[in-house]
Design a protein around this ligand. Structure first.
Ligand SMILES: NC(=O)c1ccc[n+]([C@@H]2O[C@H](COP(=O)([O-])OP(=O)(O)OC[C@H]3O[C@@H](n4cnc5c(N)ncnc54)[C@H](OP(=O)(O)O)[C@@H]3O)[C@@H](O)[C@H]2O)c1
Length: 338
């Protein structure tokens, strides 16, 4: 059984990970890489295979069984309905459909069954939210999550392949004493942190910060959840980290919390401060599970825990989660061919 799989945005930071992961995970299928006219005709090489990139257009989805969209919200808005009309299931990495009540927003370890009810589009969550939930969800199951405060430490590659290259270029230029070019971020990222990810809203939060609230509620089916988040870009190439203080309904216990995290399939417990062991982005890049550590009783909340999570946003925050959705459907015979 082999699917025809479209990768829209195949030349991008997420697209490249999608191709490599589909091959590494032996997903049964043939990959059709799609991008804009800029990249049409270019070749992509990965794991000894070569593909020619095709320009995405209205005809691109004929004969595809499913497509993973990673080309931005406006492309998803315009092209996902076309794909669905052609009978091609869309797993969308952009933010465009995430709050649509008709579209399931899925993290397979938490609400995989929601994908089974899709009407043709399945949304993949925001990267920081997906990673934060790898620490929060097992604690929610144990103690009942009420609200949380979070600060993110988001890597440059979260803003795309060119943004990651900008950080590398700035570091190279600085080491040579040359002027640093700023284009993809609002300010110089090298040797800096920027408390500004996505657009500012009227209430002072950014759109990225509100995703933690709205997507957290939808994925965990917790409509009353309260969240206050500050999103910060840091000069890390890959993998986001999130500092979280969370309040729970029931009394907390650190050992029970650690056990719950260790037993959760999306998390790896790294929590041994005596031996300086805690998750860090450098060591959670290219890892399937997100690292969870620094679990302690929160000193401000009544039934509170503080924790730290690091995870690869190109993987669990995007490409891997999308493929896990496809795998979830494939394993249940719910991914159609032809
Ligand atoms: N980076 C992350 O960590 C991350 C995490 C979660 C979600 N996402 C989401 O995933 C999507 C892709 O992000 P990214 O970081 O991979 O961005 P990126 O590196 O900038 O790549 C963008 C991709 O979209 C393609 N594209 C742009 N305009 C297009 C058009 N008009 N028609 C067809 N393809 C077009 C580009 O192709 P060309 O080569 O032709 O320009 C490229 O392949 C975004 O929606 C983003 O919000 C990203």
């Amino acid at each position: 059984m082999a699917y025809r799989i479209g990768i829209l945005g195949a030349t991008g930071a997420v697209g490249q990970e999608l191709i490599s992961l589909l091959i590494d995970r032996n997903f049964p299928g043939e990959i059709v890489p799609l991008a804009s006219a800029r990249s049409a005709g270019k070749t992509i090489e990965c794991k000894g295979k070569t593909w020619t990139v095709q320009e995405a257009g209205a005809d691109s989805f004929k004969g595809l069984d499913f497509a993973i969209f990673s080309a931005g919200a406006s492309i998803s808005r315009d092209m996902a309905p076309i794909a669905v009309r052609e009978g091609c299931l869309v797993i969308d990495n952009s933010s465009y459909f995430r709050q649509d009540p008709e579209v399931p927003l899925v993290v397979p370890e938490i609400n995989g069954e929601a994908a089974l009810g899709s009407k043709g589009i399945i949304a993949n969550p925001n990267c920081s939210t997906a990673i934060a939930l790898m620490g929060l969800y097992p604690l929610h199951k144990e103690f009942g999550l009420v609200r949380f405060f979070a600060s993110t430490y988001q890597a440059a590659s979260g803003a795309g392949a060119l943004a990651m290259a900008e950080l590398e270029d700035q570091l190279r230029a600085w080491s040579k004493g040359e002027p640093l070019v700023v284009d993809k971020f609002a300010h110089q990222l090298a040797f800096n942190v920027i408390p500004h990810v996505d657009k500012f809203l009227d209430d002072g939060y950014t759109k990225e910060e509100m995703k933690m609230l709205h997507e957290g509620r939808k994925i965990m089916s917790l409509p009353g959840l309260r969240v206050s988040c500050t999103c910060v870009r840091v000069p890390v190439l890959r993998a986001h980290s999130i500092s979280i203080s969370a309040e729970f309904e029931r009394p907390v216990d650190v050992e029970r919390a650690r056990k719950a995290v260790a037993a959760f399939s999306g998390a790896e417990l790294v929590d041994d401060t005596a031996n300086k062991a805690y998750p860090m982005p450098l060591f959670f890049s290219g890892k399937e599970r997100c690292g969870v550590g620094r679990i302690r009783v929160d000193s401000a909340f009544e039934n509170g825990l503080s924790l730290w999570v690091s995870g690869d946003q190109l993987w669990k925050g995007a490409a891997l989660n999308a493929i896990q959705i496809a795998e979830y459907l494939h394993e249940r015979g719910a991914l159609k061919i032809g």
